[in-house]
Design a protein around this ligand. Structure first.
Ligand SMILES: Nc1nc2c(ncn2[C@@H]2O[C@H](COP(=O)(O)OP(=O)(O)OP(=O)(O)O)[C@@H](O)[C@H]2O)c(=O)[nH]1
Ligand SMILES: [Mg+2]
Length: 358
């Protein structure tokens, strides 16, 4: 048969050649494959602005250390998400702000009030299983005193999830009464789930809907668009809108950026793991814990006498992380240390103190 596979390929190739020639005639020849494309003027300007911002950024508090680094992560999709959140706000009755119980202050986006206005809001303190339980209780009390409805959650097990509908109904009490007066009895509660990246927004939705429809992963920046989920929980109809995690353009307090990098809300690619691990060790030097010492076979004297780098070196050697020549592989040890912190293997640690203790 004439219309063989080869024959078809030829026709397509011919078409492609024609398209290419036509495009070259109109827009000029493309650079040869392998030739790096020159950055556009806009890209150069963007990079230059970023460099200027970086240099002018004030470094505050504990971040003043030789191991401190400037942390920032605000990719374009976050700006788009902010706009989408504002646009979709009219579709919801309330906003559920998910925060990380290990950093109840640092994980609250300061731009959120301007994004969601005065929509009734509840705070879900998630990942309680990784935070210090006593401090989490104090934070919950603190929010209560501030007149903010907050509930403690562990979306890994579902603990605390049955308080969600009651909390939403409480902040929407007036609206629910008005709906009932109009005969709208089982009207779904429409709630937008917002928060910084990797705090467990999608995991919460999966947990409450008893499905795994929302994509989740142990890295920030997984959800890329707003998505609705319809469910019924304890006889209450709920529509939840999952949103991508949003940070803000600049951490004025670099300690905030650092803490968000420790907990995994900032993409690892934009930080230097070793410097970050050294900063984490500086935290353990000021607040040493038994669990930390035992895990790496260190004494409290080691922790106070040694520099963070010496500690990282010791940890690498104790874990057999060596490079050729028997030297410690501190880069590998740094990544391991951050991973273990994130999994609470170094203890259940809350990094943010309550305002009165600051
Ligand atoms: N230990 C613990 N891990 C949790 C909890 N909730 C979520 N996770 C984990 O946190 C990681 C991030 O969860 P996601 O639901 O993808 O987070 P997200 O907020 O939707 O993240 P983005 O879509 O990137 O903004 C996953 O590995 C979850 O398993 C929790 O309560 N405890
Ligand atoms: Mg998500």
């Amino acid at each position: 048969m004439k219309n063989s596979k080869l024959g078809n390929k030829k026709v397509i190739k011919g078409k492609r050649e024609r398209y290419k020639k036509d495009a070259e005639r109109r827009y000029g020849a493309k650079t040869k494959p392998g030739t790096p494309k020159a950055p556009s003027q806009a890209k150069i300007q963007h990079k230059e602005a970023r460099r200027r911002r970086r240099e002018s950024a004030p470094v505050t508090n504990a971040a003043r250390s030789e191991n401190s680094q400037y942390i920032q992560w605000f990719p374009g999709h976050m700006t788009r998400t902010k706009r989408k959140i504002q646009a979709d706000l009219k579709l919801v009755d309330a906003v559920a702000e998910i925060i990380d119980a290990r950093v109840p202050l640092s994980s609250r986006n300061p731009d959120l009030p301007s994004m969601v206005g005065n929509k009734p809001r509840v705070i879900l303190m998630n990942k309680c299983d990784l935070a210090d339980p006593i401090i989490t209780r104090r934070w919950a009390q603190y929010f209560k005193e501030q007149g903010i409805k907050a509930i403690e959650l562990n979306c890994k097990t579902g603990s605390g999830i049955n308080n969600f509908t009651a909390a939403v109904r409480e902040v929407l009490a007036d609206k629910i009464e008005a709906w009932a007066a109009k005969g709208m009895v089982n009207r779904p509660l429409r709630v937008m789930v917002v928060g910084i990246p990797n705090v467990g927004k999608s995991t919460f939705i999966n947990r409450i809907s008893k499905t795994s429809k929302a994509k989740t992963e142990d890295r920030p920046g997984v959800t890329r668009g707003n998505q609705w989920f319809t469910l019924s929980y304890g006889g209450v109809n709920i529509d939840l809108l999952d949103t991508p995690g949003v940070l803000w353009p600049r951490f004025d307090d670099q300690q905030v950026g650092e803490r968000l990098a420790f907990t995994g809300a900032v993409k690892d690619d934009v930080t230097d793991s070793q410097q970050l691990a050294l900063r984490l060790l500086e935290f353990f030097k000021t607040s040493p814990t038994q669990v930390f010492c035992e895990r790496f076979g260190l004494t409290f004297e080691d922790i106070s006498d040694k520099t963070s780098f010496e500690l990282l070196d010791m940890i690498a050697k104790k874990r057999g992380m060596l490079i050729s020549g028997g030297e410690a592989d501190t880069e590998r040890a740094a990544i391991m240390l951050l991973d273990e912190f994130r999994e609470a293997k170094l203890g259940r640690i809350t990094l943010d103190e309550l305002p009165e203790q600051r």
